[in-house]
Design a protein around this ligand. Structure first.
Ligand SMILES: [Zn+2]
Length: 150
């Protein structure tokens, strides 16, 4: 039987963030009494990390472009800042994610994400924010996973 990957395309945000591994999304799908979020695209709001400052002509965050790399202002100051924050704190690069999506396609990216962030104990998803599996509570130490080989 083919294993179902619990990451849908709409969970990949315009900035390259995989909402499926965000603590707030995992709290939502696992029905935890914590701050919850249904994901950036499903929420259909401008991202808090990009500080409502998306001024790209393609208006990525208004939905006219699927991903930030399609914007004429990419990489902008805001996405550079977010990329720094995630590389430093969470060992993940949204710009590298975007490059992978651009080169390999969204389907391959989702499979890669599941390989990287599935819990080795139960197959649930690990939070990028604390390395915790929200299904079985196992902790995975997230190492620098943004050095990809194509
Ligand atoms: Zn687990």
């Amino acid at each position: 039987m083919k294993k179902t990957i619990p990451i849908s395309e709409e969970l990949i945000a315009p900035c390259g963030m995989n909402c499926a591994i965000c603590s707030r999304y995992l709290s939502y799908v696992n029905n935890l009494k914590r701050s919850q979020c249904i994901g950036c695209r499903p929420r259909n709001k401008r991202c808090s990390y990009l500080f409502k400052k998306c001024t790209g002509v393609n208006n990525t965050l208004k939905g006219n472009a699927a991903f930030c790399f399609e914007c004429n202002q990419y990489p902008c100051k805001q996405i550079n800042r977010m990329d720094d924050r995630y590389r430093i704190n969470y060992k993940m690069s949204v710009k590298d994610n975007l490059e992978y999506i651009n080169k390999m396609g969204i389907g391959k990216f989702i499979k890669e994400q599941y390989r990287k962030y599935c819990c080795s104990k139960c197959g649930g998803l690990i939070s990028i924010h604390n390395g915790k599996c929200f299904k079985c509570d196992a902790i995975t130490r997230l190492v620098e996973k943004y050095n990809r080989k194509y």
